[in-house]
Design a protein around this ligand. Structure first.
Ligand code: NAD
Length: 311
């Protein structure tokens, strides 16, 4: 049976993906790892402290647990990467190269690595952005994700590594705090709706960006990982989409549950990052090749978020 190593498991996606894989494959078959302690939801459960930039340690963990598949989620996200560009490059690219090399050398049966809509830039067609188009990202994070996509494609073509990847939009979840991305405001807005009934947004109220609820993101990931290799036609990274939202849209949806909820907007440096990204994504290749379909619209997501956070 397959044995997974989740790198970056303590983060927003890692926590939910590890839980979902453990429910499906059993706790002993899914080893969580991170620089930081595991989030409460992952305890108890097998855990290794691991820095993905240290290849020797990565290889030792893979051998110790007889790992067959790695999900490498360790990353410095968009807003934080602008404040630590060199560290972001080190974690996002050298970390990925360590994983790809270990996959080739051991060999492993599969690597999953997330890209992002941040690979696109201001020259990209912003509406229904196609799978293949002009990229030219302007952020350190986007540059690292685009380079990572090319490395994934290269390791597949040159060394036959079974690499699979998704360009996630902004992810919205309730189990863990988000880790420094430009779309974090959406998660925070739900938290503040429950606590304070008001929110100050760092993006303008009409800034439209692509988002996805965490359950859809986890399902997309597991579906792609388990698809027959012959159906995977994109080895750089697939566009995946669910809903495009602005702070104003989310506030309106929250008001159906909390009619007094107020937002005000004070845009900061993240407005420029958001302005360079697409407003909506064309994910028809993912839907055609391996049957991707999202389940959550805005109101279903809002009801779930407020229910989970309000308890
Ligand atoms: P996060 O910041 O919540 O989690 C990342 C985890 O990686 C953290 O727990 C952190 O401690 C860990 N980490 C950082 N440096 C490390 C290192 N050197 N070695 C080992 N672990 C390290 O991020 P997330 O939101 O869970 O994102 C997961 C992946 O999905 C990332 O690749 C990210 O770029 C991608 N992604 C996320 C979003 C989003 O909205 N959250 C959108 C697009 C793409």
């Amino acid at each position: 049976m397959e044995k997974f190593l989740i790198i970056g498991a303590s983060g927003q996606l890692g926590t939910d993906l590890t839980l979902a894989l453990r429910a499906r494959y059993g706790e002993d078959h899914v080893i969580a790892s991170d620089l930081n302690e595991p989030s409460g939801a992952l305890q108890p459960g097998p855990f290794e402290r691991l820095d993905v930039t240290r290849k020797d340690r990565l290889k030792a963990v893979v051998r110790k647990h007889q790992i067959t598949r790695i999900c490498n989620l360790a990353s410095i996200l968009s807003a934080r990467a602008e404040t630590e560009p060199k560290r972001a490059w080190d974690v996002n690219i050298n970390g990925l190269l360590n994983v790809l090399d270990v996959a080739r050398e051991e060999p492993l049966s599969q690597v999953f690595w997330p890209s992002s809509i941040a690979v696109f830039g201001p020259d990209t067609p912003p509406v229904r952005t196609p799978q293949t188009t002009i990229m030219n990202p302007k952020t350190v994070y986007g540059i690292s994700k685009l380079a990572g996509e090319r490395w994934c494609d290269y390791y597949h073509l040159t060394y036959g590594v079974d690499v699979r990847s998704l360009r996630y939009p902004g992810l919205i979840s309730y189990r863990t705090a988000p880790g420094g991305g430009t779309t974090d405001y959406a998660v925070d807005m739900y938290h503040q709706a429950v606590k304070n009934k008001s929110y100050v947004s760092y993006l303008s109220g009409d800034t439209l960006l692509p988002f996805m609820f965490i359950d859809d993101a986890v399902n997309a990931t597991i579906q792609l990982m388990n698809a027959d290799a012959g159906r995977i036609r994109v080895r750089s990274s697939y566009n995946v989409a669910a809903i495009s939202l602005s702070p104003g849209d989310i506030a309106s949806s929250i008001r159906q549950h909390y009619p007094d909820f107020q937002i005000s907007c004070r845009p900061d440096y993240r407005q420029k990052i958001a302005g360079s990204w697409p407003r909506s994504i064309d994910d028809s290749p993912a839907r055609r090749d391996w049957g991707w379909q999202h389940q959550y619209n805005l109101d279903k997501m809002t009801a779930t978020m407020l229910d989970k956070l309000g308890l």
